[in-house]
Write a protein that binds this ligand. Structure first.
Ligand code: SAM
Length: 272
C-alpha cells in the first residue's frame, strides 16, 4: 500500500479504503468551540451547534473509520472539555461497551483516557481556572491491540541514584549487597505533560491547532509497529503522518481543506 493524502470529507473518502487495513487511527477533528479557527496558513469551521448535533455529525464518520480499523487496531480520539463526555458515550456505544448484554455487537476495549497537559497559551482566566488540558480517548477493537510499553525519561533523582555505568552502558546502583540495573523512567501514565508548540518553534507551520510532533510520536510508538498503516482522517497540517513516516510506518491522511493537504504534502516532502 502506498502512502496517501486525500483532499475530501472523510465520510466520502473512508469507504474507498480497504476494510481492516489500519492498525492505528488518530483523529483530531474540530472540537465544536463555536468559532472559525484561523491562523496564518489556513482556517476551518468549528461550529456544529448542540452536543447532539456534533455527535450526529461525527457518528457516521466514526462508523466509516471502524470499518477500516484492523481487528487488532486502536483508535485515538482527541478532543477537549466541551465535547468529551458526549464523545465518550458515543465511543462506548460504537465499540459495543454501552450494552454488555448484547453479544451480537463486537466487543471493543476501552484502553485509556489520556490527559494532555500543555503549558503554553492564554494565561488570563477571569473567575475560573486556566484550561490547560485536552482529552484523548484510546479504544481498541479487541484485547489483542498493539501495545508497546513506554517509559518516562528518568528523573534527575533516579540518575543520581543509579550513578554507576556497566560495560553495556547501562546505569546501575548497588544496594543491600545486590546490583540493580535502571530500566528507564517510570512506566508511562495517562497524564502527559508536554508543551504545546511555541510561537517561535521550528516545528510550527502556522496551521490552526497544529499538534506537537512529540505527542503524535508517542501515540504512534505506543499503538503501532513498523510497516503498519496509520490513518488520520482529519489530518490538518499532517503531524500524525510526519510522526508515522519518521517511525517507519505507512500512512493515510484525509482533510476536507485542500490548504491543509498542501501544507501536509510540503511538510512530508521536507521531512520536517
Ligand atoms: C484540529 S484540526 C487538525 C490539526 C492536526 N492534528 C494538526 O496537527 O495539524 C481539524 C481538521 O479537520 C478538518 N476537517 C473538518 N471536517 C472534516 C471532514 N469532514 N473530513 C475531513 N477533514 C475535516 C479541518 O479542515 C481541519 O484541518
Amino acid at each position: 500500500m502506498k502512502n496517501r493524502l486525500i483532499a475530501a470529507d472523510c465520510l466520502d473518502a473512508l469507504p474507498r479504503l480497504k476494510a481492516g487495513s489500519a492498525r492505528l487511527i488518530y483523529l483530531d477533528p474540530p472540537f465544536n468551540t463555536g468559532a472559525r479557527r484561523r491562523a496564518k496558513a489556513g482556517s476551518y469551521d468549528d461550529a456544529f451547534g448542540s452536543p447532539a448535533a456534533y455527535v450526529a455529525h461525527m457518528r457516521p464518520r466514526l462508523e466509516a473509520m471502524l470499518r477500516v480499523l484492523a481487528s487488532d487496531g486502536s483508535l485515538f480520539f482527541h478532543c477537549d472539555w466541551r465535547m468529551s463526555p458526549h464523545i465518550r458515550l458515543m465511543l462506548d456505544d460504537l465499540f459495543g461497551l454501552a450494552e454488555p448484554a448484547r453479544p451480537d455487537r463486537a466487543r471493543g476495549v476501552f484502553v485509556n483516557q489520556i490527559i494532555w497537559h500543555y503549558g503554553l497559551g492564554a494565561s488570563k482566566a477571569a473567575r475560573r481556572l486556566l484550561t490547560k488540558h485536552d482529552v484523548i480517548f484510546w479504544y481498541a477493537r479487541s484485547p489483542d491491540y498493539v501495545f508497546n510499553a513506554l517509559r518516562d525519561a528518568p528523573t534527575p533523582a533516579m540518575l543520581d541514584k543509579y550513578r554507576h555505568v556497566n560495560a553495556q552502558g547501562k546505569r546501575y546502583m548497588n544496594a543491600y549487597g545486590k546490583r540493580y540495573v535502571m530500566k528507564g523512567g517510570k512506566p508511562l501514565d495517562d497524564v502527559w505533560d508536554m508543551p504545546a508548540i511555541a510561537p517561535t518553534s521550528r516545528e510550527r507551520v502556522d496551521y490552526p491547532t497544529q499538534k506537537p510532533l512529540a505527542l503524535l510520536t508517542r501515540i504512534v510508538q505506543l499503538a503501532s509497529n513498523e510497516e503498519d498503516v496509520v490513518l488520520d482522517p482529519f489530518c490538518g497540517s499532517g503531524t500524525t503522518l510526519v510522526a508515522a513516516q519518521r517511525l517507519g510506518r505507512r500512512w493515510i491522511g484525509i482533510d476536507i481543506n485542500p490548504q491543509a493537504i498542501e501544507i501536509a504534502r510540503a511538510r512530508l516532502a521536507a521531512r520536517l
